[in-house]
Design a protein around this ligand. Sequence first.
Ligand code: NAP
Length: 316
Amino acid sequence: MAYNQRVSGPSVESIQASTRFCAVLGQPIRHSASPAMQNAALDALGLPWRYLAAEVRPGDLPAAIAGAKAMKFIGLNLTIPHKIAALELADVVDEKARLLGAVNTIVFETPGPTGDWIPLGRAADGQITEVRGHGYNTDAAGLARSLKEDFHWPDLRGAKVLLLGAGGAARAAALQLAEEGVAILFLMNRTAAKAEHLALEVSARFPAVMVMLGLPRGPADLVINATPLGLNAGDPSPLGGLDDDWLKSQRPRRVYDMVYRPAETALLRAAKSAGCQTANGAGMLLYQGAASLELWAGVPAPVDIMRAALLKNIYG
Ligand code: NAP
């Protein structure tokens, strides 16, 4: 890149010696809209923090989290493929994240004046002594809120759902959907054993939910893609190449893709032409990000500003 080429985003002048950092760690990470959304929110809140994105290989995750902790970062988001591993790398884990089996947010904390642990984001500079990482999951609630809002569907109870994937985001989705009272959950994943394991777990925790493996027969109320397939042009279908046929013959009512870049994946395109309602993962990103920021900063997130920055970043 030429030295005189302008780079969009926060200006170099806005970074001072006193600036504090948050970051999202993942692989791949270049598609992430989180920096645009979170930096707009930090500016709106007048916080002297910057939000970064770093490509981190799975083997480097322990060192990356330890480094952020040593540098007194405010907090971290974890994305593909780190959410399950982060569960073991946080010093303490919130009960909901433990239940969901995945951590997408770490809040770095230090003992406050009364000895209780407080977020570094609310600690004065000289007050930071010991630091611990507190793991949370904001994905599950973010997904539920996005499904209800995007599909104008306030109550998921009784729904028949097909969930594609069995990684960190799918685990959180499956257990959240079960908590919301869906009736039947079909699971499909490249590594069948992981889908079987998740099915057993959901059944054990939510016996009222019927959990099955494979594709449903008859129309489902909702299909969710929780794999990264669709992120890159030419990716195979998360439905195993069955998109058009299965979508046209079974016509699920709603198809949700956690992928938000491109804004319309091949799955969503096929679903739309089959007559299904569709939504991408922008809403989930917005609400999980707003919840992460509230944990770090302890103040309400400026959701409208975050939404505007996110949509501008995704749709241009
Ligand atoms: P993860 O823990 O690494 O899980 C990835 C899942 O996708 C696994 O089930 C994996 O199957 C499957 N998969 C990966 N590559 C595949 C391929 N080439 N063919 C078939 N299946 C494949 O990742 P994650 O954190 O759950 O994230 C999954 C996706 O959701 C990512 O695209 C992520 O960006 C997106 N996401 C979006 C939001 C949002 O806010 N919109 C939030 C969370 C996640 P195996 O078990 O066989 O490996």
